[in-house]
Write a protein that binds this ligand. Structure first.
Ligand SMILES: Nc1ncnc2c1ncn2[C@@H]1O[C@H](COP(=O)(O)OP(=O)(O)OP(=O)(O)O)[C@@H](O)[C@H]1O
Length: 263
């Protein structure tokens, strides 16, 4: 069997006294798109952020392409923290895109995409800009390379943010509500870029309220509710009838946002 791109085992996350993830087990298959859906506050972003080691798990383990992320199994079964260099190496396989684009306002699109290649990876300016242009082409923004964020629409800014993540050549891309701050027209252009990444075989995990996108593009849907993974399956298994009553309740809330097609 192929090693999952990400394997989450018994993940528990507490913020102080509050436990928000209660023991999650989830495999993210290679080359597929997995969508995390669920009501607000169910723990989707926290789970995604743990997968990127932006949050440390309180307990449990996460493996990226078979390698432990952050913590490895210790002698008494207790997770043991790995050295920072090891964490960085495993983490570098992951690219992340957030709801807020967080572009540097004083840099052009090309500057934003090439910056980390130069400063973090020590790539020479010319090569970094060549590689950045390849990614800007991929997201359909080659002709906007010289524009500053203030001269770009929200959708274009998010596409630059995607290109910036792709420039570091991740094996896995995580998206945390990438279209939530965009109006429907601009949402479509970002989802199209994500569709084409999926068609290229990129492993992706997407937290999204775009149920239509989840149904059409994802091979796996994971439904979270109150910090528990209630169901995992294909869109047909998850959205087909009869449905879990909690899922029906959740979909009812989102009917005006693309889920009507599922009913
Ligand atoms: N840094 C934090 N400190 C304390 N509590 C947090 C923190 N981050 C998240 N939480 C809590 O964890 C729970 C899960 O939050 P999370 O953002 O993961 O949910 P979500 O499903 O992504 O919600 P939404 O769809 O609204 O973004 C919530 O109760 C939230 O208040």
């Amino acid at each position: 069997m192929t090693t999952p791109a990400i394997s989450v085992k018994g993940l528990i996350k507490r913020f102080g006294e509050a436990e928000v993830l209660h023991g999650i087990d989830l495999d993210i298959p290679q080359g597929q798109v997995t969508c995390l859906i669920g009501p607000s506050g169910s723990g989707k972003s926290t789970l995604l952020r743990c997968m990127a080691f932006l949050e440390e798990a309180t307990d449990g383990l996460i493996f990226i392409n078979g390698e432990p992320l952050g913590f490895a199994p210790g002698p008494q079964g207790k997770p043991v923290r790995l050295p920072a260099a090891r964490i960085r190496a495993v983490r570098s396989q992951i690219g992340m895109v957030f709801q807020q684009f967080n572009l540097w306002p004083h840099m052009t699109a090309l500057g934003n995409v090439s910056e980390a290649l130069k400063t973090v990876h020590g790539v020479r300016k010319n090569e970094a800009e060549e590689r950045a242009m390849i990614q800007l082409k991929k997201v359909g923004l080659a002709e906007r390379a010289g524009h500053y964020p203030s001269q770009l629409s929200g959708g274009q800014q998010q596409r630059v943010a995607i290109a910036r993540a792709l420039a570091l050549e991740p094996k896995i891309m995580l998206f945390d509500e990438p279209t939530s701050s965009l109006d429907p027209e601009l949402t479509g252009e970002v989802l199209n870029v994500m569709r084409s990444l999926a068609a290229d075989g990129m492993t992706m995990v997407v937290v999204s309220h775009e149920i239509g996108f989840a149904a059409a593009v994802c091979q796996q849907i994971a439904f979270l509710d109150h910090g528990k993974l209630l169901m995992t399956g294909t869109p047909q298994q998850i959205f087909g009838k009869p449905r879990h009553p909690r899922l029906d309740q959740f979909l009812d809330t989102y009917l005006d946002r693309g889920a009507a097609m599922l009913v």
